[in-house]
Design a protein around this ligand. Structure first.
Ligand code: YNC
Ligand code: MG
Length: 388
């Protein structure tokens, strides 16, 4: 059934429920001298290219490939539209390897037709902190689908990860592969219900009018928590402590240091937003929330071409109730013209989703580890990891 994935060091369906298998690495690392030195062979007419995402020209090529060929919803109404600034942010975290930003071109025309990326990350699984690659942005041009190009790209990124002496990876996908460590669900909170209904993202509920719907999702102009403000550079040490402490409760979570927090969480216009609560009395930072910006292209609508979506990222509450903190996040997202606020049911998110009027989406998101076995699937609430 999975001709490629059956050959890979991942949890296999046949082994589900076999508790005799140990947790952790599936295959031992090999000496670096035994890692294949030359790239995997592509079909004739295609060649590998390493993408210099710093170059405006290369970044535009990647942006155009993804804008036209990346992930769509099941009904092909929307397609992710990661911005160039977002791609630069996502692909250049501390310690990144340019060799892990991999493209495929048509030799004759030099047209970019496929892409896959990795970035390094420390991920803790129970008590084991493992250096992994986070694999993302796997994309094959629509005209080249179902030709088994994806397995070659996955093998090539694996080879380049191995060359850096890294042997594990984490990734998410909407499709079921061998075998998810957890299966999560997206929830959506309407901020601009009229537009969402007009473009077919949501539907008017039974016995609801448009004006009642608009009233239902209305939010106040300003946030309610005293001391709620945007995160700044000088907050990095305090936010790092807050996050490390909070994430330690989850089975799988990133092991973040100050450099990671500065990169991943310091606000970046149109890419990532972070807010915190600084106690007006003690000036202690007690709570934190963040979301990233990922618009979707609206396919085939006369009136609208883009949906502005916020995606819940990392949130920590120690003093402000999580419900109130996230309500403030919704308020700032609404004030900044987002149409919808999305969140997975990971971490403690279930505690606010229903009450803050999020509705369940139809797609699922499956989380995977490469070359790392987990005894049995985790509940979404045991996951402390959000990938982009
Ligand atoms: C997928 N999303 O099952 P089997 S998510 C992994 N992730 O293999 P072909 C996938 N594998 O089942 P197509 C996958 N989708 O026969 C399909 N596959 O064993 C497997 N879509 O290859 C599939 N982006 O080339 C099958 O399929 C084999 O032409 C079939 O290409 C697939 O970024 C794709 O959804 C996804 O652009 C490129 O459909 C194409 O259909 C496409 O014939 C729209 O491939 C965009 C899209 C995926 C977003 C993502 C995470 C990717 C993770 C890859 C796995 C990483 C492993 C770890 C490596 C480092 C290890 C170290 C150390
Ligand atoms: Mg293919």
């Amino acid at each position: 059934k999975h001709k490629f994935w059956e050959t890979q060091p991942v949890g296999q369906f046949k082994d589900l429920g076999d508790n005799s298998l140990p947790e952790g690495s599936i295959e031992d690392p090999t000496p670096l001298s035994e890692v294949k030195q030359e790239p995997y062979k592509l079909p004739n007419l295609y060649e590998w290219t390493t993408c210099d995402i710093d170059s405006e020209e290369m970044c535009t090529e990647v942006y155009n490939l993804l804008t036209n060929n990346y992930v769509e919803d099941d009904e092909n109404m929307f397609r992710f539209n990661y911005s160039k600034e977002f791609l630069r942010w996502a692909l250049r975290p501390p310690g990144y390897f340019r060799s892990w930003h991999i493209g495929v071109r048509v030799i004759s025309s030099k047209k970019l037709v496929a892409f896959i990326t990795g970035v390094p990350s420390r991920i803790r699984v129970r008590n084991d902190v493992v250096i992994m690659a986070e694999i993302n942005f796997l994309c094959v041009h629509k005209k080249l689908r179902s030709k088994r190009l994806a397995p070659v790209m996955i093998k090539e990124v694996t080879r380049r990860v191995h060359l850096e002496n890294i042997w594990q990876a984490a990734y998410t996908a909407g499709v079921v592969l061998p075998t998810p460590i957890s299966t999560c669900q997206y929830w959506h909170r309407s901020l601009n219900p009229k537009k969402l209904i007009d473009v077919g993202f949501s539907r008017l509920g039974a016995r609801m009018t448009m004006s009642r719907t608009i009233k239902l999702y209305r939010l106040p102009e300003s946030t309610v928590t005293p001391g709620f403000r945007k995160m700044e550079l000088h907050d990095v040490p305090a936010v790092t402590r807050l996050l490390r402490d909070y994430l330690s409760q989850f089975v799988v979570a990133p092991d973040l240091d100050e450099n990671d927090v500065e990169h991943w969480l310091l606000p970046k216009e149109n890419v990532v937003n972070s807010y915190l609560v600084e106690s007006p009395e003690t000036h202690v930072i007690t709570d934190f929330c963040s979301f990233y910006t990922l618009p979707s292209t609206i396919l085939g609508n006369q009136n609208y071409s883009s949906l502005k979506a916020a995606y819940s990222y990392y949130n920590v509450s120690t003093k402000t109730p999580l419900l109130q903190l996230m309500n403030d996040a919704l308020i700032v997202a609404k004030r900044n013209d987002y149409d919808v606020f999305n969140a997975l049911d990971v971490m403690q998110n279930e505690s606010f989703l229903k009450e803050l009027k999020f509705g369940p989406g139809d797609g699922k998101l499956h989380y995977y580890l490469y070359n790392y076995r987990i005894r049995s699937a985790l509940r979404p609430s045991e996951l402390g990891l959000v990938l982009l």
